[in-house]
Design a protein around this ligand. Structure first.
Ligand code: NAP
Length: 300
């Protein structure tokens, strides 16, 4: 397939590389072009402007930070919206609001193109191993057409129907559970630490008995060791997701008190210059509130 790819950050770079490895023709664009260099060596074509990646009636994948970046890449001066030909498909894999999915779906439909929402679960290591879980929603024929591309990037594609926003709602629900898990792991380990239990021991016992989920195991290890750099998922982007969760809940008049708590935790971490750390660095605030220093040296 002839595929355009926009957004070569921690996730997008690895995803574009997997499309290339699967034998697709890939054109790439990134705001900072340096990040495309090795992909070009592997056979990608580097586009000068976002709109230049769009193959006529082909597929364009976007993997960008947030709603504003996505809207700019679609609707901005050199946006793909201008160039994607009739029947073209925009596969939008960033974590964005359900509202943006609805707006962009309408915009594409008015131009005779299609919008498929395909946000993912999995961190950069999973992206590199083509092990992402893809949540896919949008017009059925377009979803079918992009299956080979999604399968080249992920281990499983969950089909969620014709309404693109559904995929984004589910992605936000999952990230809400992850941020709550980080908070609960940090509180559990810190409580143990105050009573003399090594953090690693608490993480080990809890994740090998009642909570053996991969996310609990992996975040448990990181939080036990206070190991937050380099970031797999930046805390600033985690805060963006907490805001998106609460925005989506507000729209349907649904209180989410736990989401408010973790949003405040992430906001406080941002104020303490931790925005570029992994979002599990929210756990530092839990230690600080308990009068402990959150450095690897505090490990018992
Ligand atoms: P990242 O490393 O910060 O990369 C962000 C990408 O967006 C970069 O290519 C960046 O370009 C581009 N960008 C930002 N603002 C832009 C703008 N105004 N115009 C054009 N391009 C812009 O983030 P990431 O970790 O790859 O995450 C990407 C998306 O995937 C986010 O929505 C995130 O929530 C989601 N996600 C992340 C993970 C994870 O574990 N990291 C997991 C699942 C989903 P530059 O290179 O020029 O900065």
């Amino acid at each position: 397939m002839d595929i355009g790819f926009i957004g070569l950050g921690s996730m997008g770079h690895a995803m574009a590389a997997n499309l290339l490895r699967a034998g697709h023709q890939v054109s790439v664009w990134n705001r900072s072009p340096d990040k495309a260099r090795d992909l070009v060596r592997e056979g990608a074509r580097l586009a000068e402007r976002a709109c230049d990646v769009a193959p006529a009636s082909g597929i364009v994948v976007t993997m960008l930070s947030d709603d504003a970046a996505l809207r700019d890449v679609v609707q901005g001066e050199h946006g793909i919206g201008q160039r994607l030909g009739e029947g073209g498909i925009h596969v939008s894999m960033s974590t964005v609001s359900p509202q943006t999915a609805q707006d962009l779906s309408a915009l594409h439909a008015a131009r005779g193109t299609h919008y498929v929402a395909a946000p993912v679960f999995g961190r950069p290591d999973a992206a590199a191993a083509a092990k992402l879980f893809v949540l896919c929603a949008g017009p059925q024929a377009a979803r079918q057409a992009v299956q080979p591309a999604l399968e080249a990037m992920g281990q499983r594609v969950f089909e969620l129907g014709d309404d693109a926003a559904a995929a984004n709602v589910l992605k936000l629900s999952g990230n809400f559970m992850l941020m709550a898990a980080i908070e609960s792991l940090a509180e559990a380990m810190t409580l143990g630490e105050r009573y003399g239990l090594p953090r690693e021991r608490t993480a080990e016992v809890l994740t090998q008995s009642i909570f053996p989920a991969p996310a609990m195991v992996n975040y448990g290890r990181q939080i036990a060791q206070h190991s937050y750099q380099p970031a797999g998922f930046k805390l600033s982007l985690g805060l963006k997701d907490a805001d998106l969760v609460l925005g989506a809940a507000r729209k349907v008049a649904m209180p989410m008190p736990l989401a408010q708590l973790v949003q405040a935790r992430l906001l406080s971490a941002l104020a303490r210059q931790r925005g570029d750390m992994d979002w599990s660095a929210a756990a530092i605030g839990v230690s600080e509130d308990a009068g402990l220093q959150a450095t690897p040296a505090t490990r018992a």
